[in-house]
Design a protein around this ligand. Structure first.
Ligand code: HEC
Ligand code: HEC
Ligand code: HEC
Ligand code: HEC
Ligand code: HEC
Length: 300
């Protein structure tokens, strides 16, 4: 009997214990830098990501005529992210862009949702396996998601654009981090990545040059609103030493791209080809510089 009472007492104090550690303002949609009080490493990664720049981006500001095109704003400062749903525009802290709170806090449960099962006294957390699926990204990356779905590749957006960092601490706050074990971490830099030379297969078939995206399960380049570009430069040399250069620019706005598994065809300018040199550069939507993806020389 005494044991039972003691147990009850213990349970009651545990509940109190949780309440004592709750930090109410975390459930009032604070700024992203508030999350950094504990999640310092994740915050530093996110700060480097394009998601953190989605609102303050000079280019975005210009394209929306100083935020006056209201239909443009919701994905760049979302209120709450749900799978497959286009978000609505947030009222507070728009400069945070695609923020921690927008992606993790749910009004329905007044808790942080995430991929893990955790004990987190400062705020309630709910494990939610939707965070591992591509359709979590689909409400905003609408075109890219459609392209990805058509490829039937199983790998999720997260598995490439939120690469695993191994087991690490989720929080860095002393001394609380001592009470938590390291957990699987993923990069919140949301890297844009870069296609590898092997992701793009190039073949000569008769008078045609076939360039095929075999490694990246969405268009190259891909975008909803931004205008990333791929620059193809094909230098063909004929058997009798004539040289001709063919250039193509691929971008979502021009409605052309290296579609996954479908050859992009360029007709070569000579009957008898000696060699073909192919160079592919790309420019991301927000980048000033181009960078080289591949340079290859082929003979028929
Ligand atoms: C609320 C809308 C929204 C959601 C949800 C979202 N993104 Fe984004 N994402 C954006 C916006 C807006 C940008 C562009 C920001 C900028 O550059 O101004 C972006 C940029 C990116 C970029 C950089 C692209 C480039 O051009 O360099 C990557 C990579 C990315 N997102 C991956 C993801 C992944 C993976 C997910 C799902 C886990 C995801 N995003 C979920 C809105 C979203
Ligand atoms: C006072 C400390 C503290 C602050 C501030 C804090 N958290 Fe946490 N959070 C925790 C702890 C503790 C955990 C669990 C850590 C562990 O298990 O290793 C956690 C876990 C999480 C998880 C994982 C949930 C899951 O189920 O995968 C998410 C997501 C999260 N926090 C989001 C946030 C966001 C967003 C903010 C800012 C609004 C924030 N946290 C602010 C302490 C904090
Ligand atoms: C674009 C939406 C998005 C934003 C912005 C975002 N997260 Fe996440 N977060 C995710 C997704 C998706 C996962 C699950 C990734 C996986 O496991 O593949 C995740 C995972 C986590 C986890 C579990 C551990 C880990 O590293 O996977 C924590 C904790 C977390 N996020 C906290 C934060 C905090 C704090 C911020 C802001 C500094 C933030 N997130 C910003 C989408 C986001
Ligand atoms: C197998 C890995 C992989 C998967 C899965 C993947 N991507 Fe990518 N993604 C890449 C690579 C590699 C690039 C870089 C392409 C380049 O060189 O410009 C990229 C580029 C991007 C870009 C930047 C624009 C561009 O054309 O460079 C965005 C935005 C993007 N991906 C979003 C997504 C979304 C959203 C999903 C899920 C629907 C997804 N990606 C799935 C590998 C992947
Ligand atoms: C459905 C969600 C959504 C809406 C609505 C939206 N965007 Fe975006 N925007 C994105 C995503 C996702 C990216 C990142 C990669 C891409 O272009 O798909 C992006 C990237 C951009 C970029 C390139 C990144 C940068 O900062 O330079 C610009 C510019 C941009 N958007 C402008 C606009 C304009 C202008 C509108 C209104 C006509 C608009 N966006 C509406 C989701 C959206």
């Amino acid at each position: 009997m005494i044991g039972f009472l003691l147990l009850l007492l213990l349970l009651a104090s545990c509940q109190k214990f949780d309440e004592v550690f709750i930090e109410e303002d975390l459930l009032q949609r604070p700024q992203a830098k508030r999350c950094a009080d504990c999640h310092a490493d994740i915050y530093k990664e996110w700060l480097k990501s394009r998601h953190a720049k989605a609102w303050v981006s000079e280019h975005f500001k210009f394209e929306t005529e100083n935020y006056s095109k209201t239909k443009c704003l919701s994905c760049h400062a979302p209120h709450q992210v749900d799978p497959d749903k286009k978000p609505v525009l947030r009222v507070e802290f728009r400069r945070d862009g695609v923020s921690c709170v927008a992606c993790h806090f749910k009004e329905e449960t007044m808790a942080m949702h995430g991929p893990l099962k955790v004990w987190s006294p400062p705020h309630p957390s709910i494990q939610d396996l939707n965070y591992l699926k591509s359709n979590f990204c689909a409400g905003c990356h609408q075109e890219t998601y459609k392209e990805w779905k058509l490829t039937k590749v199983q790998k999720s957006c997260q598995s490439c654009h939120m690469p695993s960092l191994g087991k690490k601490d989720l929080i860095q706050k002393f001394p609380f981090h001592l009470f938590h074990l390291a957990k699987p971490r993923t990069s919140h830099e949301f890297p844009s990545l870069k296609a590898k030379p092997d992701d793009i297969q190039i073949k000569i078939e008769g008078k045609k040059l076939l360039i095929t995206n075999v490694g990246v399960p969405h268009n190259l380049p891909t975008a909803d609103q931004g205008e990333p570009k791929f620059y193809l430069v094909v230098k063909a040399t004929s058997k009798d030493g004539k040289v001709k250069t063919i250039r193509r620019i691929l971008s979502p706005q021009r409605k052309n791209a290296l579609v996954y598994g479908r050859p992009f065809v360029i007709t070569l300018p000579f009957e008898h080809i000696d060699k073909v040199q192919v160079e592919i550069h790309r420019k991301l939507a927000w980048a000033k510089e181009r960078d080289l993806i591949l340079r290859k020389e082929l003979t028929p």
